[in-house]
Design a binder for this molecule. Structure first.
Ligand code: DLL
Length: 434
């Protein structure tokens, strides 16, 4: 079902006109209201009046994650705080999180964007939608919740409560659509086996999964084990949260909500356009946001555009699945962590050396993280009791600060080659490749 036929099937020429008008409004807004953009445009000699078509976009400088971190917490907001009605942020308490704000209009648009993606997956007012994304500072829970209510579905805000409870809810409340990370979906499937619940005892038809990379083989596994049709959904806090792009019933690429975002794909090394349908880093410009507009934001996500029109009738361009990152972001148990955040904790705990390796594996559908860390040179490795205390401290701090359960093992000093720091393979991922 096409939720907003007028917008989603708009002829491309008309859409481009809408995009450029909204882009001009956004450029004016950020130039006037965000000191970062005034400085950035001025120092790059950008005259915003000269941006008259999509082809002029490369004349605008990029915005990076580092720029947003430097603006912590509110310096990128384009409206006063009294006009902000919602605040979300990325995870990452060891480093500073990225903080974003939404005005009333932003919330309205966000709701419409997620409603479109839900409808594109076949969800209607007849569905019972169980949302098993976190409901907190993370955008997943609230973002989809609003859209599902707008559609008129019966929404269950299950959040990320235990798999066992999710299954009981699914069974008893007759859930027809499940929304969560693909990793959690597999974990639920695993738990169903343990509880001896057959997928036929459930009423599930549709699944929308996202917030982390997953493969087609994972899709097949989820579909077989949960008896549902699985759709991919993409988004990021900085740009909006979920609702940026998602698969339609064709499941052949994710339609970008192009009347709200302009998408480009650039070579991560040069920043230049990769050419039609070439692979590279996704770059988004928001064109309707009031609270937290971003110009040419480098996402770090690797994908390509699919310019060929989709047979579903939507005119919005598609992106392929996200196949990787330009940085070392780790997707773990529904959380996102940079190795540097683990390193920061190691640096803080006396007796450990910042030489470590993170080994990721998966057992019974559950992600496992083993942090192998060298004891400091001066540390007497034979003092077993002390090592154990140190290990407990690390496990606890990782749990508290990064909200993940990790195992910690000490290894002899100098275990990891350290001729140059960068040569150590920090992360070894033994999980199914995506
Ligand atoms: O993950 C928003 C979201 C919630 C999307 C629910 C979809 C469903 P962040 O926590 O800021 O926001 O993480 C954004 O996650 O830059 C990608 O690297 C990754 N990501 C998100 N969706 C997908 C996907 C939410 N479908 C970061 N496939 C992004 C691959 C994804 N990676």
């Amino acid at each position: 079902m096409i939720f907003d036929k007028k917008a989603e099937t708009m002829p491309r020429k008309e859409l481009e006109q809408v995009q450029i008008e909204r882009l001009q409004t956004t450029l004016n807004r950020v130039y006037r209201n965000v000191a970062f953009y005034k400085k950035s445009f001025d120092s790059h000699g950008v005259n915003i009046e000269s941006i008259k078509s999509r082809e002029d976009l490369p004349n605008l400088p990029f915005t990076t994650r580092a720029d947003l971190l430097a603006a912590y917490p509110y310096d990128m907001f384009a409206v006063p705080l009294r006009d902000i009605v919602r605040i979300h942020s990325t995870s990452g308490t060891a480093g500073k999180p990225l903080v974003v704000g939404y005005t009333k209009n932003d919330l309205k648009n966000w709701t419409a964007c997620t409603a479109r993606l839900l409808a594109a997956s076949g969800i209607t007012e007849h569905d019972v939608v169980q949302i098993a994304f976190h409901y907190d500072l993370f955008t997943g829970g609230f973002g989809f919740h609003q859209g599902a209510e707008l559609i008129g579905a019966s929404v269950i805000p299950a959040s990320t409560t235990l798999a066992e409870k999710q299954i009981t809810i699914m069974k008893d409340y007759k859930t027809t659509a499940l929304l969560c990370t693909p990793g959690f979906a597999l974990h639920i499937a695993q738990e169903m086996d343990a509880m001896k619940i057959h997928p036929e005892q459930l009423s599930l038809k549709t699944g929308i999964f996202g917030a982390e990379p997953w493969s087609n083989s994972m899709r097949r596994q989820i579909e077989t084990r949960l008896h549902c049709t699985a759709h991919d959904s993409y988004g990021l806090t900085e740009i909006m949260g979920p609702g940026v792009a998602g698969e339609c019933e064709e499941r052949a690429g994710l339609h970008v909500n192009e009347d709200h975002f302009i998408v480009e794909v650039v070579d991560p090394a040069t920043g230049k356009w990769v050419g039609e349908d070439g692979q590279g880093e996704l770059v988004f410009t928001t064109i309707t946001k009031e609270g937290f507009p971003l110009i040419r934001y480098r996402t770090g996500d690797i994908a390509s555009l699919i310019s060929e029109p989709c047979s579903c009738g939507r005119t919005f361009t598609r992106i392929t699945r996200v196949t990787g990152r330009t940085d070392d972001l780790i997707f773990f148990d529904g959380q996102k962590i940079f190795p540097s955040e683990i390193e920061q904790i190691l640096l803080d705990v006396e007796g450990t050396a910042p030489h470590y390796q993170i080994v990721l594996s998966r057992e019974n559908g559950k992600d496992i993280m083993d942090v192998r860390v060298e004891a400091g040179e001066s540390f007497e490795i034979d003092k077993l009791g002390k090592l154990e205390a140190m290990r407990d401290t690390l496990v606890e701090r990782i749990q508290q600060e990064l909200e993940i359960s990790a195992q910690v093992h000490f290894v002899e000093p100098r275990t990891f080659e350290r001729a140059t720091k960068d040569k150590i393979r920090r992360v070894i991922d033994k999980r199914e490749s995506v």
